[in-house]
Design a protein around this ligand. Structure first.
Ligand SMILES: Nc1nc2c(c(=O)[nH]1)N[C@H]1C(S)=C(S)[C@@H](COP(=O)(O)O)O[C@H]1N2
Ligand SMILES: [Mo]
Length: 220
């Protein structure tokens, strides 16, 4: 890390407070389900730009100082640096982003290591049912293992042929397209396999433990 604590900015307390209030009020809920074939989940609108959403802290992570730790209920825990990570076969996927603040962005071309490839290496134990993602900014978010293991989930390092920028979570972030985007940690530092579900940063503030956009699992 280059600066004192490796972080820039300050946590946006107002954003955190207003999003917590949204969850209490059930803001943006339409009560309708949408068919995935329609492409746009209920209550969402398409944007062409790519908004930046985080807690206001954008850690200075580079390919030099980045490390990925994988632990918890796995047979082969690991700590990788960039060279180890990039030495594994990379895959590309095009997918849509659905953010719980109601924007969706279509057709994002991601490149990275598939979570299936990672799972083949670390071998989760049969008791492992959930994955907690940790970011270098202190962010956490929890997902069911079967969503984490889906074939379109990447530990991504490129977007549209370019390295993922710092503001969007570079050098490596998770991309899990079938859930709201808060379930995809930026500046990923650690993956923790657990037996019991464990609420992450937004989940303890009223956001959903799973977060499926098609059934509007925004809060709860
Ligand atoms: N480490 C970390 N990951 C995070 C967040 C964060 O604050 N810290 N915010 C989440 C939220 S709420 C969203 S919508 C997406 C936003 O990603 P983007 O800024 O690239 O659009 O990242 C998610 N992952
Ligand atoms: Mo979000």
């Amino acid at each position: 890390m280059s600066d004192d604590d490796g972080l820039i900015g300050q946590i946006k307390q107002k954003l955190v407070d207003s999003k917590r209030k949204w969850s209490q009020e059930g803001r943006l809920l339409t009560g309708k389900a949408a068919d995935p074939a329609t492409r746009l989940p209920p209550g969402q609108r398409e944007v062409k730009n790519w908004p930046v959403l985080d807690l206001g802290i954008q850690p200075d992570v580079t390919t030099e100082n980045w490390r990925l730790e994988v632990g918890g209920l796995v047979d082969f825990p690991l700590v990788w640096d960039w060279r180890k990570f990039i030495g594994h076969a990379q895959e590309e996927f095009v997918s849509d982003i659905h953010c719980v603040t109601a924007w969706s962005r279509y057709d994002n071309r991601w490149k990275g290591l598939s979570t299936r490839a990672l799972l083949d290496i670390v071998k989760p134990r049969k008791e492992a049912k959930f994955v907690v993602q940790h970011g270098f900014d202190g962010y956490t978010t929890n997902v069911p293992l079967e969503y984490f293991a889906d074939d379109d989930v990447l530990l991504a390092h490129e977007w549209e042929g370019q390295p993922i920028s710092r503001e969007h979570g570079g050098p490596v972030r998770l991309v899990l397209p079938k859930l709201y985007f808060w379930k995809s940690a930026k500046w990923i530092s650690k993956l923790e396999f657990v037996a019991e579900d464990k609420a992450g940063f937004w989940e303890v503030r009223g956001y959903h433990m799973r977060g499926d956009p098609w059934t509007e699992e925004r809060y709860g």
